[in-house]
Design a protein around this ligand. Structure first.
Ligand code: AMP
Ligand code: GLY
Length: 423
């Protein structure tokens, strides 16, 4: 099978590493890719936003299957364009990708299909939004409707903070994404991520993970794309997984199909486990980054037939096997991230990773043959262990061998699970 992978982050390196192990793979390309992905696939310098160029490349190479990593090309309709040429694609249509592309769309699906989530209202002007906030009181959550690179959400502990967030949205802080805001009730509990493949009708639950969104140790400081993750998330017991499937995922699959937007690809449900049980915070329509890295470390099955089954509508005929051993990944980021940071700083040495350990490339490039950091999140140092504690020790032992002056990272990835293990 000839496969093209779209994307260039740590998530895509993990997907590439796993896909390349498939006996079904005959030719493997990635666009635009990164130096880590280049170990597994031939890199193609395509502009992913240019859908015609991607389609032309697929025709020229007789590609059979395209795996789309990030959300932006999905929301922009890349999967639709390629399917129009008869290609198999892993990832939803633009219409179904609204589950990530519009928070208001998702909340409306939740309301119509009785999916547990925080009570909410949508607003397209500041005065009405502010009146609602004053009536509800704090804590309360203000969200720009559209894609805002994870920055469009304010969890406001005071009414003043919430009012200021409304002004930010309507004054253009998030561009077009902020033309509408969703205001929703604050959910109290422990967060977890749940991943589930879907082919429009059938679902195949994958695994759970927990991310560390804040930049600082002890979960302090500003939100980032994620500073580290581990899988599984202990809060997601078998009972919680069953309830999530029944109360959240299955009604979403039916609701999307009934609304005319059948969903195929991966559901990445951001959940809050509250006193009432699992409630939906948000959907993403692609694998999490860095959650994907820990999922791929734990997946024992061949990934390619699973993704293909999601694209072909045959998920009821496949199963996935997982290692019981937890996996943990630590993100090494450029100093200054998620604010501005220096680019092209040299990474002098990367350690050899052995069995059950792997350094994934997220934001790296080669310049004159030398490895440099070009992104905010640069490397994902990943390891497995019999416990989260052991996976953490192994990941940090490996990380300590990375020679990169301009990097920083959190030292406490996995703390919540490790506290549980010690209790
Ligand atoms: P999102 O971009 O929707 O994932 O939101 C970013 C983060 O804001 C989430 O990971 C949560 O930590 C927090 N958050 C979002 N919505 C809520 C809510 N209704 N209640 C509490 N926290 C929330
Ligand atoms: N790590 C969170 C995300 O991928 O959205």
């Amino acid at each position: 099978m000839k496969v093209l992978l779209i994307g260039s982050g740590g998530r895509e390196h993990a997907l590439a590493w796993k896909l390349a192990q498939s006996p079904l793979m005959t030719e493997f390309y990635a666009a635009p890719g990164n130096p880590g992905i280049a170990e597994h696939a031939r890199l193609v310098s395509l502009k992913v936003e240019d859908h015609e160029a991607v389609a032309a490349f697929c025709a020229q190479k007789a590609i059979d299957f395209v795996v789309v990593g990030p959300e932006a090309p999905l929301v922009a309709g890349l999967a639709d364009r390629l399917r129009a040429d008869g290609l198999k694609v892993f990832g939803p249509s633009a219409a179904a990708a609204q589950l990530e592309g519009s928070k208001g769309f998702t909340k409306d699906i939740c309301a119509r299909y009785n999916i547990p989530t925080g009570a909410y209202q949508r607003f397209n002007n500041a005065p009405k939004a502010k009146a609602y906030i004053r009536a509800q009181g704090a804590p309360i959550v203000v969200k720009a409707d559209g894609l805002a690179a994870g920055k469009g959400v304010t969890v406001a502990m005071t009414v003043e903070e919430a009012l200021a967030a409304v002004d930010d949205c309507f004054e253009g802080a998030f561009g077009a994404a902020g033309a509408e805001v969703v205001i929703e009730a604050y959910l109290d509990g422990e967060e977890a991520s749940f991943f589930c493949l879907c082919d429009g009708r059938n679902a195949l639950p994958l695994a759970t993970a927990q991310d560390h969104k804040r930049v600082g140790e002890g979960d302090t400081g500003v939100n980032t794309g994620g500073m580290g993750a581990y899988s599984p998330a202990p809060v997601m017991t078998a009972e919680m997984i069953e309830r999530t499937m029944k109360e959240i995922i299955e009604p979403t699959i039916c609701g999307m199909a009934e609304s005319g937007y059948p969903f195929s690809g991966v559901f990445f449900a951001g959940l809050m486990i509250t006193a009432k049980g699992p409630e939906l915070i948000e959907y993403n329509v692609r694998f999490g980054d860095p959650e994907c890295q820990v999922l791929m470390m734990r997946l024992k099955s061949d990934l390619l037939p699973l993704l293909l089954a999601a694209a072909e509508g045959t998920l009821d005929k496949v199963t996935a096997e997982w290692s019981d051993d937890p996996a943990l990944t630590v993100v090494m980021a450029s100093k200054g991230y998620p604010g501005s940071y220096e680019k092209n700083t040299p990474i002098l040495s990367l350690p050899e990773a052995g069995d059950g350990a792997k350094v994934f490339h997220a934001g790296t490039s080669l310049r004159d043959g030398e490895l440099v950091a070009t992104g905010g999140r640069v490397l994902n140092v990943t390891a497995t262990g019999q416990t989260v504690g052991e996976a953490q020790s192994r990941a940090y032992a490996l990380l300590d061998k990375v020679e990169w002056e301009n990097g920083f990272w959190r030292r406490d990835i996995g703390w919540r699970a490790i506290e549980r293990e010690r209790a």
